[in-house]
Design a protein around this ligand. Sequence first.
Ligand code: RB5
Length: 145
Amino acid sequence: MSEQTKVSIASDHAGFDLKDQIIKRLIDSGISVIDRGPDKKDPVDYPDYASKVTNDILNEKAHKGVLVCGTGQGMAMAANKKPGIRAALCYNSEVTRLAREHNDANILTLGARVIDEATAMSLVETFLNTDFEGSRHADRINKIG
Ligand code: RB5
């Protein structure tokens, strides 16, 4: 993970605690973070927060995004409505590595209720440190739009 990498991150109430842990870890690693909230644990609607991070990616304010909700599923569904966003719901290291190598995922979504904190941290690290392989995979992702 390069120190120039800028990561936009948001959650809903279910992902709030894990989001804060991820932010602390990224800052400790020298990564620039845009925290798009929420700033407290009151119930919120995940699509409202998914769009803050997708806007950062599409407006080139951040290189990559992380979205955390209870399962990661709602965040992935909401984020993937935006052309140019490739949000990957990841739950183990192989799926995360391949989401970068083959799918050039620009957003990682995580489920705070279904994975533990150590796993989440390791998936964030894999997501940020794995390069897209390009080549035949580039032709395929271009067909997604
Ligand atoms: C909130 O209860 C929960 O539905 C949300 O965090 C998420 O898991 C939706 O996909």
